[in-house]
Design a protein around this ligand. Structure first.
Ligand code: CDP
Length: 247
């Protein structure tokens, strides 16, 4: 007798990890996680564990690639060989090269690169453990590491995926939902500019489903944005209080 496959959404409307369709995974933000980077974070979203680290603005090597009017933004998204079920080669794959570019393009609208001509800002995103939605989690983490490094920005970028699983629009797909679901749609939003900075889709949705997914995605991004703000306030609020005490 063939084994019955477990549904991705059960009769009570709950997903494989017990979440409701509009619920994203628990998020923890640990700012300043690394000692030697100018800014860093350990970002956990459910089983996804991602480190983002920022260096700079610093001198450009080789010099001829520097830009006279702004800083260069260099992004490396990388998955550790042990981050996925099947060992991944440590060499950068085409997917990682593409995601590095997608994340750089999504960060560009907020970073005030014009304040640092002839320099480079390096952003490293290291996925330690992947469980779906790493590009948007990596982007959210990179934004936090940039803020932690004190890089001036026009706002924060918050990302969250949405998609379609067993005919229902859901938020923040995990790995199995990403692989077995009908569609995956990563969204990133900049609340201060009221702009979407990343929107991709893999799969098929109707026009109405797309609208629902987009509004669900923006909604989740807003909530994640509030978590970013409160994590930054709680770290830098303490720093400010300490500085005042020392005065
Ligand atoms: O992670 P994200 O959803 O942004 O990108 P994806 O290319 O749609 O990958 C979805 C998921 O597939 C990842 O989060 C991993 O859990 C998994 N994956 C994998 O198992 N092995 C890889 N080499 C790449 C991705």
């Amino acid at each position: 007798m063939s084994e019955q496959k477990k549904p991705l959404i059960d009769e009570e409307g709950l997903r494989t990890d017990g979440r409701k369709i509009d619920e994203f995974r628990p998020i923890t933000i640990t700012l300043g996680y690394l000692r030697h980077a100018d800014g860093s974070v350990l970002y956990q979203q459910g089983k996804c564990k991602i480190i983002a680290a920022v260096f700079g603005p610093s001198e450009v090597h080789p010099k001829h690639i520097e830009l006279p009017d702004r800083a260069i933004l260099r992004v490396r998204y990388h998955m550790a060989p042990f981050s996925v079920e099947e060992r991944k080669s440590p060499a950068p794959s085409r997917r990682e090269i593409e995601l590095s570019m997608v994340i750089r393009n999504s960060l560009e609208p907020v970073i005030m690169t014009e304040l640092f001509p002839r320099t480079v800002i390096d952003i490293f995103i290291e996925v330690l453990q992947a469980d779906g939605g790493t590009r948007v989690a990596g982007l959210t983490a990179a934004t936090l590491a940039l803020a932690d490094a004190g890089i001036p920005m026009r706002g924060l970028v918050a990302g969250c995926a949405t998609g379609k699983v067993e005919g229902k629009v859901v938020v923040d797909l995990n790995d199995i939902e990403d692989k077995e679901g009908e569609a995956d749609m990563p969204v990133a939003y900049i609340p201060t500019l009221n702009k979407i900075s990343l929107l991709q889709m893999d799969g098929i949705m109707t026009r109405d489903e797309f609208k629902e997914a987009l509004s669900m995605g923006i909604n989740s991004c807003m909530k994640i944005y509030q978590m970013q703000v409160s994590a930054l306030k709680s770290k830098y609020g303490q720093v400010e209080a300490q500085a005042k005490e020392e005065e």
